[in-house]
Design a protein around this ligand. Structure first.
Ligand code: SAM
Ligand code: SF4
Ligand code: F3S
Length: 438
């Protein structure tokens, strides 16, 4: 039997695409192996959101090239966002790659594989035209009790720093009845928790309505439909765009028992000047007002965020406003990034690029502050009870590991089976985890 090795990078959307790649390859009769050395076909599902992602990939492809030199029949394929962004550069830098395709052409993977198996000498296969939504493709789920469900693809927000709209195409929503049917199937298969995926889930359905489908449900209506499904214990969703976080959505989050108390709400920056240059569509005050509305409606909500340090033109005063916003929002957790110029985006061409050492120093201050806030947030749970979905054994093998409704990892002692939802008493905390007993 032929074997494949799959390595995926980037966001949840890409991780979910990796599940589809597995399903497609296994339908072709390939079997998965965990190490590249043992594989006939090596697939790298790439991310190109920051320069650092490209650099990491180069290291992995170096290993793939070595393995191919050792055995010429090995096939190396590159999927995901990088091929969509730069075809010529990809094959110039990595001439040993046998074929590549972008995220809107995933369904053509069997064709790519077949072309790559042809005698050497022909140009590598490449599919990045067209815009097929991969939402309906089957996925080979990694976890029995949890599933990703794509509700939208693409993005049309064009934040000035971001390459995603270029590589994932325009924002498109899947039909709600297709989504509900998929979730019903997952629940029948034993899934207890679904995570709804989209670059801006708050805008779900708006494209369908604009296209004349006035009856198409919006995101709160979709959540209400899913909450009504018997057997589904938890609904998560990401990512939320602050400009589309409506009062109706906050009300739905507060009223629906299955919808978890976690909102990932990227702020990116705290200076209105920088937010405008980023094309984010809100001010710092408007952002904080939304966070306050969320915290009032859902007292136990975890609000997490993404922040960028060193956007072009960001002054020390602008950056101080980001620190101020972070303190005011009291984020429960944050992903912090150094601005990385991406080819074809407006911000890459802007004047006022911030020096690398200044960006680094600012992001370190952001990390220190957000970690301090995260530790405070976790510690407030000590002595309280939390609901945990058990995912399996803890890393040290001595207990169990799971996640709370707020999406915080919990290391748990006591007896419970994977997939069980238990109540724990929280006895300890770090900035990223809780400790407790069933
Ligand atoms: N759609 C989501 C949103 O609007 O927040 C997620 C987009 S992206 C996959 C995840 C995060 O990467 C963004 O929120 C942003 O903080 C960061 N990011 C995107 N482009 C970047 C760039 N050029 N440099 C640094 N960080 C970037
Ligand atoms: Fe990128 Fe902005 Fe779209 Fe998020 S909303 S994917 S940051 S363009
Ligand atoms: Fe990366 Fe593509 Fe996601 S660029 S962050 S894998 S949408």
């Amino acid at each position: 039997m032929r074997t494949y090795y799959l390595r995926s990078f980037g966001c949840q959307m890409n991780a979910h695409d990796a599940e589809r790649i597995s399903a497609l390859l296994e339908a072709e009769g390939l079997e998965r192996v965990d190490e590249p050395e043992g594989a006939d076909v090596l697939v790298y599902n790439t991310c190109t959101v920051r320069q650092s992602a490209d650099e990491r990939l180069a290291g992995h492809l170096g290993t793939a090239a070595r393995l191919k030199r050792e055995r010429a029949g090995r096939i190396i394929l590159v999927t995901g966002c990088l091929p969509q962004a730069e075809k010529d550069d990809l094959f110039r830098r990595f001439p040993f790659v046998d074929g590549a395709l972008g995220p809107q052409n995933l369904h053509r993977l069997p064709e790519l594989l077949e072309a790559a198996a042809e005698p050497a000498g022909r140009p590598p296969g490449f599919f990045a035209d067209g815009a097929t939504m991969s939402g309906d493709l089957a996925a080979r789920r990694e976890r029995p009790y949890q599933a990703w469900v794509q509700i939208m693809s693409g993005c049309t927000n064009f934040c000035s720093y971001c390459i995603v709209p270029r590589v994932r195409g325009p924002e498109r929503s899947r039909e709600s009845r297709t989504i509900v049917a998929e979730v019903c199937g997952l629940v029948a298969d034993g899934v207890r928790e679904v995570t709804l995926l989209g670059q801006n889930v708050n805008a779900y359905g708006l494209d369908l309505r604009r296209g004349g489908r006035v009856e198409a449900p919006d995101f709160p209506a979709l959540l209400r439909a899913l909450d009504a499904l018997p057997g589904l214990a938890r609904v998560r969703f990401m990512t939320s765009h602050p400009k589309d976080l409506s009062d109706d959505l906050i009300a739905a989050l507060a009223e629906l028992p299955s919808v978890c108390e976690h909102v990932h709400l990227p702020a990116q920056a705290g200076s209105d000047r920088v937010l405008a240059a980023m094309n984010r569509g809100y001010t710092a005050a408007a952002y904080l007002e939304r966070v306050q509305a969320l915290r009032e409606a859902l007292p136990d909500v975890c609000v997490t965020t993404d922040l960028i340090a060193g956007f072009p033109g960001e002054s020390e005063d602008d950056f101080a406003e980001t620190l101020e916003l972070v303190r005011a929002a009291a984020f429960d957790a944050a992903f912090t990034f150094v601005f990385s110029p991406r080819r074809g985006t407006a911000a890459a061409a802007s004047t006022g690029q911030v020096a690398a050492e200044v960006k680094r120093e600012r992001v370190e201050r952001l990390i220190a502050l957000t970690q301090e806030l995260a530790l405070g947030s976790r510690r407030r749970w000590i002595g309280r009870r939390a609901e945990v979905l058990i995912e399996g054994p803890s890393r040290d093998g001595k207990g169990l590991r799971g996640r709370t409704r707020q999406n915080v990892t919990a290391n748990v002692t006591g007896a419970a089976a994977p997939g069980a939802i238990v109540e724990i008493e929280v006895t300890g905390a770090t900035s990223t985890t809780l400790r407790g007993r069933v």
